[in-house]
Design a protein around this ligand. Structure first.
Ligand code: FE2
Length: 232
């Protein structure tokens, strides 16, 4: 398997390129519109054909590159079942498998940050956690159907029950981290460690974060797979 972690500085978003080098086919997870040219160049240099763009959720902080990549590369856009994105080519549901040669990706419903959020387990030992679980943190829960209690259940009952050695690759990082493990987060993720469900909900309700700068543009655009309405 080929695996690359790509970063968008403006939104601190990680995009992941996963490929089977035997059949030269690739998936991009959570591509960013402004990075489409970078991603296409990398795919070209690696001799890969883009088959799927896969979203962990409808993002509020950046516009997805899926629509543009689909127009240029002819890939299919896949979003979580139930997400508001009528433009998707395909929806993926809990425990469904997506196969790309020898690479097996399994969707895990991980709601709480948004109401329809998927994490993706790759070949059983590496998980892309989207914004459900960040390194020493977690996604916010104050819009897009977010619910702190649901996120607590997702993290403690679904993600923290995976093997400790499972590698964790998040959807964002703001402090320079790139990867972790489930065991490491169970020990050091202070959003969760030492908090019961009620105190987590209480804590999350007092974060007082400003809205993402691009929120008013990004959510409607992402519901159209990244088509931004241009006002002339
Ligand atoms: Fe998000």
């Amino acid at each position: 398997m080929m695996f690359r972690q790509l970063f968008d500085h403006a939104s601190c978003t990680y995009t992941y390129l996963i490929a089977d080098p035997v059949i030269n086919a690739a998936i991009l997870v959570d591509p960013v519109l402004e990075q489409v040219d970078r991603d296409l160049k990398l795919l070209d240099e690696l001799g890969l054909t883009l088959q799927f763009c896969l979203e962990t959720h409808i993002h509020a902080d950046h516009v997805t590159g899926t629509g543009k990549l689909r127009d240029i590369a002819g890939c299919l856009g896949i979003v979580p079942q139930g997400a508001q994105a009528s433009c998707a080519d395909r929806y993926i549901q809990d425990l469904e498998l997506l196969e790309l040669g020898k690479v097996i990706i399994q969707a895990l419903a991980t709601p709480g940050h948004t109401d329809n959020h998927m994490a993706y387990m790759v070949n059983g030992n590496l998980i892309l956690t989207g914004d459900a679980l960040l390194i020493r943190g977690c996604g916010r829960t104050d819009f897009q159907g977010g619910d702190a209690g649901t996120l607590y259940d997702t993290i403690t009952q679904r993600l923290f029950t995976l093997p400790d050695t499972t590698l964790v690759y998040p959807g964002h990082d703001y402090r320079g981290f790139t990867a972790s493990t489930i065991g490491e987060e169970k020990q050091w993720n202070l959003r969760i460690v030492g908090r019961d469900r009620d105190s987590f909900v209480q804590f999350m309700s007092h974060l007082d974060l400003p809205d993402p700068k691009k929120m008013m543009e990004a959510i409607p655009a992402n519901e159209e797979c990244g088509r931004v309405s241009v006002v002339v």
